[in-house]
Design a protein around this ligand. Structure first.
Ligand code: SF4
Ligand code: FE
Length: 488
């Protein structure tokens, strides 16, 4: 059953999260002013499923039950289905101008679905059936799932089992008749506090000695032994101040946590990989390809807002028609649409897995993400260029509304008199929030490291592009190998 926005928020209240923020335990996170915008962003994924205008994007048929489910809990049934995923993400990026958090779960669900099928085929295990059952439960209750892949990783130069501290990667510390006990921590986990479930996946290739680290499982976000520590964001305490201007994006935001698993028990029906280390990399690469493709949806959607804000600033400054401004706005659009085009292309080239769901094209997904590690930096650079230095020197809303000095701020921060100072003010803080502040946690840094840092994409791109066939083409054209005769 598709939850309404209100039902979703009510369901969050039922959780008993062990959550810390700014050194304090948070009991009422649903109403916490720092956290609330991020809950609003996820709530938008529920809202779109009930809006007749967006229903076709946000709702799809379950591959498991045939029932209507939110796309974020669905398995991709075709390349078209995946195109809809990208369009939905763009729509949500436009509506929230931030990370709406629910995609990691969706991408993790699809990767785990196909990988478990192939583990079972090799080892005769029953992970796939367990996973289907858990996913049916998630779909039926329209739960929000936080995908959790990134381990804290400790010494990056050594494998999980070689770490001085064995807890640098989540691992199984005990196997019992009724399940496993896990320990470790996952970092930079998106949307945890707004989720009912976490889907834990291994973070890299494993060797036999890393067996205990090759673990994939689902746990409720409030399971005993889990502690979530809320990540700081630049300018986050602006949300604690009065007024709604200085935050920039008052309504929405993203969040990440450091989530610690201190001997957490996971029953067998929620364990989807337990020591099959040779499948760890398959799960990682499939998830990564899905999520690197996802950036072809959310980032252009967010950029639509930033480009609109930048054009508005040009209006307020009276330079909208200047040729260099139009050139720069055109460049921003070109960069953003290139990212989107890669996301769509990798959907169109999707292929069917043995389990029956579709996998985004791995090469094109990685191209999408590698562009995303670069282009948002240029997009924000151009936004800052057009907005002007006032972007980082605006007085506060309190000064603007001050009974004595407010009139000075109002008078001297005005641009084109056709627009109010407040309008200009609000647009400046929005751009500020998107470039430096509370977006996801910031538009460009998240674009750099979310779904894997750039070198990970370079490695995949090199591996996925069939260099042998390219060399053969060159050898044939150069006359080293036999030339192709068009008359043959
Ligand atoms: Fe979704 Fe983008 Fe956030 Fe990843 S960064 S969860 S793709 S909105
Ligand atoms: Fe992300």
């Amino acid at each position: 059953m598709l939850k309404t926005t209100r039902e979703y928020i009510e369901s969050l209240r039922q959780l008993k999260l062990n959550l810390y923020l700014l050194g304090e335990k948070v009991e009422d996170w649903v109403n916490n002013p720092i956290i609330k915008p991020s809950t609003n962003a996820v709530a938008m994924t529920y809202k779109l499923a009930h809006d007749p205008k967006t229903e076709a994007l946000a709702v799809t048929e379950s591959m498991l039950t045939g029932k209507k489910v939110n796309r974020f809990n669905s398995l991709f049934k075709s390349p078209d289905d995946m195109v809809s995923k990208i369009k939905l993400q763009r729509e949500l990026g436009q509506r929230t101008a931030c990370c709406f958090q629910r995609c990691v779960g969706m991408d993790g669900i699809n990767a785990t679905f196909s990988a478990t099928c192939e583990i079972d085929e090799k080892y005769g295990t029953d992970y796939h059936q367990r996973f289907r059952k858990w996913l049916e439960y998630v779909q039926e209750d329209d739960l929000c799932v936080a995908g959790a892949m990134t381990d804290v990783k400790g010494h990056r130069g050594v494998s999980p089992s070689q770490q001085e501290d064995p807890d640098m990667f989540v691992h199984v510390v005990e196997r019992r008749d009724d399940g496993v006990v896990i320990r470790g921590a996952k970092a930079n986990i998106t949307g945890t506090v707004n989720s009912h479930e976490m889907l834990l996946m291994p973070t890299l290739r494993m060797l036999e000695e890393d067996k205990d680290y090759a673990v994939c499982c689902a746990v409720p976000t409030d399971a005993e032994g889990i502690t979530h520590i809320y990540g700081r964001q630049s300018c986050d305490t602006r949300k604690l101040e009065e007024g709604d201007i200085d935050v920039g994006n008052y309504g929405f935001g993203g969040h990440e946590t450091l989530s610690v698993f201190e001997n957490v028990f996971v029953p067998w029906e929620r364990v989807f990989m337990n020591g099959e280390y040779d499948f760890s990399i398959m799960l990682v690469e499939r998830f990564a390809a899905y999520h690197r493709q996802s950036y072809g949806g959310c980032k252009p959607g967010i950029a639509d807002v930033l480009i609109g804000a930048t054009a508005s600033m040009a209006d307020y400054n009276g330079v909208r028609r200047a040729s260099h401004v139009r050139d720069k706005l055109g460049e921003m659009i070109h960069l953003s649409e290139t990212i989107h085009a890669c996301g769509l292309a990798s959907a169109h080239q999707a292929w069917k897995t043995k389990a029956g769901n579709y996998q985004s094209d791995i090469l094109l997904s990685n191209i999408c993400k590698l562009n995303t590690t670069r282009f948002p930096y240029e997009i924000t650079r151009l936004a800052e260029d057009i907005a002007g230095g006032i972007l980082v020197t605006t007085p506060s809303e309190k000064d603007f509304k001050h009974p004595k000095i407010g009139k000075y701020v109002d008078k001297y921060l005005k641009g084109d008199p056709a627009y109010s100072t407040e309008e200009r003010y609000r647009m400046l803080t929005l751009i500020h929030a998107m470039c430096f502040g509370v977006v996801a946690p910031s538009y460009h840094t998240e674009s750099m490291h979310g779904a894997g840092s750039p070198q990970a994409q370079k490695i995949m791109i090199e591996r996925e592009s069939d260099m042998g066939s390219k060399q053969h083409l060159a050898r044939s054209i150069a006359g080293i190998d036999e030339r192709e005769d068009p008359l043959d």
